[in-house]
Structure formats: C-alpha cells, structure tokens
Write a protein that binds this ligand. Structure first.
Ligand SMILES: Cc1ncc(COP(=O)(O)O)c(C=O)c1O
Length: 391
C-alpha cells in the first residue's frame, strides 16, 4: 500500500498543474501519424508538431517493411543481443546507418535516449572531462549524469565558442576532453556551429559528439544531417541520433563511431548488455526509411521548401521566429499559461501546435513550437497560416 505521503505528494502535483493550466493533455489518435490525423473526441486535425519530418511514418513501403520484419523474425528476440538476440537485420540496419551518417561503424538501441545513456558512462575514462552545451537534450544530460564521479563535467554557455575554448584551455591535463552538442537544438531550432566546433576540437585534440536527432533526414541536401549541412560529413567523431523522428517515426536510436568504440559499447555498455534489441519490425521499417531517403532525396528538398515557405508566412504575419534552416520553428510567447492558451486556440481551429513551458524550457521562455514536414501540401500550409493569422 502506498503511504499517505506518497499519495498526497502525487495528488498535490497534479492539482497544482491542473489549477495553473499546466496540465498536459494526452490526445488519443485513431489514425496513423500523417499530416491530418483523427483525434478521439475532436476529429480531423492538421499536425504541425510531429517529428515526422519526411512524412515517412505512414509511408506504404515503410509499413510493408515492418510487416516483412515481423513475419520474418516474429515479435522480438526474447533476449539481449549478446545472449541470443542479434539478428541479421540489426547488422544490416547498422551498416546502412553508418554509411548514411558517415561514420565507420554504428550500433542500434531501442531509443536515442538509450543510446545517449550507453555512450557516456561506457566510453568516458576517469581522467576525462565532459564539456556539454547548456541547451543539450535531456537524454545527454542524463547520460552524462550516469558517468563515474571521477569524470569531470562542465557545462558551456549555449553555442558560446569562447566559453568552450576557455574550458578546453583550462583542462589540458585531462586524458580526453569531450565536447558534446545537439546538432539541431530541439527547443530553439538553431544549429550547432559545427565547423567552428570541429576546428576547436582539432586544436585541443578533443573528441566531438553530436546528437543529430533533429538534424538527420532534415539538414543537408540528401538528409544526412548537420554534418552534411556544413560539408563536414565524416568529420565528427561520434554521432548519435534517433530513428523515431524523420527516419520512420517508430522508435530506435543509434551511435555512430569508430569500429573500436562500437566494439567497446557492444562489450560494455549497460543498455547493450542488459536490455533487449530493437524489434525486427522496427529495424526493417527504419532501414526502409533510410533507403527511401537515399533513393528519393526530393523528399528532403520538399521539406526544405516547406520550411522556407512557412517561416516566410509566419514572418509576413508578424510572428518573430529566429532565422534557421531547421524544421523546428519556435514562436516565443513568454508566459506559459498564455502559450498553452494559444496552443488551445489553434487546436480549436483544427491545427495542432504545442505550447512548451517549464520544465521543458526555462521559466518565462514559454513558446509555441511548429515542426515542419515534407508531407504537408501547399494547402495544408495555407490552412495553418490562416489559423495563425486569426490567432
Ligand atoms: C536531441 C534529442 N536526442 C535524443 C532524443 C530521444 O530520442 P528517442 O525518442 O529516440 O529516445 C530526442 C527526442 O526528443 C532528441 O530531441
């Protein structure tokens, strides 16, 4: 039986969230993720908040590949990989990922969250220092928290290269200096200053890690992510990313690195040793999603065009959105209750855009976050802009 303290603590938090208008609604979808979804109790709604950047979540070939994987290998491996759970399709997927993101090798996980939790505690040595951008994703933060206490950790100001350089200079006695950044920052929609980061890492002999979850499939002419966007494919030491956004939208994550680093992760990472592998159905559908991007780079071009059109449309309506080539378009509101109110008004007009407040973003920096998709037609974009105009 839970204690009274336990019950009342939970009750208090939910009451507080409800009364302050911060309680997050959980919509129930009666359809696959696509530009227009069917929401229980609401009906048809245009989605501008999914990570379905390339519209592959309900692509017929992605669905068929998932069915093929399920038929070929069943529901799952019923085991962790080193015991009896590595399938041919895991290896195929990992080869495809490595080739796509420009790393020597790669290893898949059930999520990028899991990948980030595997990476830092396994590969950081006791005399290392981890230097992490202050706006890095929560999974990087938690991954770094899992690292041994002997490893020093510091946070540098967001994309502040001088602050980072100071910290690199001051840590010359360390065995290995790690610089860790998102490729595309998920709440700001800005891009890491990758060429400068690569240069700094070369100068200080530091290791560069980029989590490209929001860059993969989105940036670069052929969708290979932030490194391709800057012409730096193959120049990042370690790349992590998700298969749950542009690349099929189901689940799964990966680490791309040197073959030896991947060998160590396979041998030592706790999520690799103690957690089941990606289900074959997901490995198949994600592999197919990458194949589609490789064969049809015009999907990426369509996304870039939609991003440009929508950013311009919002600017023409007087909304202030920071300049960026990414598919994440934050519209700053400030007050959290106001952001939620605006999100609800858009929802009432049949357009789904989520308002984000604390603790996802700092207090007073609440915002609406639009996310673009290649699957949105010109009519969809106009419908959304009309709703913003009425807002
Ligand atoms: C930068 C970044 N890293 C990691 C993740 C986690 O990805 P996954 O859903 O595969 O765990 C996300 C998801 O929001 C993300 O934005």
């Amino acid at each position: 039986m839970p204690s009274t303290a336990f019950d009342s603590r939970n009750e208090d938090l939910i009451q507080m969230l409800t009364q302050s208008g911060q309680l997050k609604p959980f919509y129930e979808l009666n359809s696959p993720m696509r530009p227009v979804v069917d929401i229980k109790g609401k009906g048809q709604v245009l989605v501008l908040c999914a990570n379905n950047y390339l519209g592959l979540a309900d692509h017929p070939e992605v669905i068929q590949a998932g069915i093929d994987g399920l038929k070929e290998y069943g529901a799952g491996t019923a085991s962790v990989r080193f015991i009896c759970g590595t399938l041919e399709c895991h290896r195929d997927l990992e080869e495809r990922i490595a080739e796509f993101i420009g790393t020597e090798s790669s290893l898949s996980y059930v999520s990028c969250w899991n990948a980030n939790e595997a990476l830092f505690p396994t590969l950081a040595g006791p005399d290392d220092i981890l230097l992490s951008d202050e706006l890095n994703h929560a999974s990087i933060i938690d991954g770094c928290r899992l690292v041994s206490k002997k490893v020093e950790k510091q946070i540098y100001r967001h994309s502040d290269l001088s602050d980072l350089e100071e910290k690199l200079k001051a840590s010359s006695s360390k065995a290995c200096r790690w610089v860790i950044t998102d490729g595309v920052f998920s709440m700001e929609g800005d891009v890491a200053h990758l060429p400068e980061l690569i240069e700094l890492c070369e100068k200080f002999d530091a290791l560069l890690v980029v989590d490209d979850s929001h860059g993969i499939g989105v940036l670069g002419e052929t969708g290979r992510g932030t490194p391709e966007h800057f012409g730096k494919l193959g120049q990042v030491d370690i790349v992590t990313g998700t298969l749950g956004k542009a690349l099929g939208g189901a689940a799964g994550g990966y680490i791309g690195a040197s073959s030896r680093a991947i060998d160590v992760l396979q041998q030592r990472a706790r999520p690799s040793l103690f957690s089941n592998a990606l289900p074959a159905t997901v490995a198949y559908s994600a592999g197919k999603a990458i194949e589609i991007v490789q064969k049809q780079p015009q999907i990426v071009k369509r996304l870039h065009k939609n991003v440009e059109t929508f950013r311009k449309g919002l600017a023409d309506l007087g909304f202030e959105c920071p300049e960026s080539p990414t598919a994440i378009i934050p519209i700053m509101i400030g007050d959290e209750a106001e952001a939620i109110k605006k999100s609800k008004a858009l929802f009432d007009m049949g357009v789904m855009v989520i308002g984000f407040g604390f603790p996802v973003v700092p207090k007073g920096a609440a915002r609406l976050r639009v996310q673009m998709s290649a699957a949105l037609t010109d009519d969809h974009l106009q419908q959304a802009l009309d709703a913003f105009a009425r807002l």
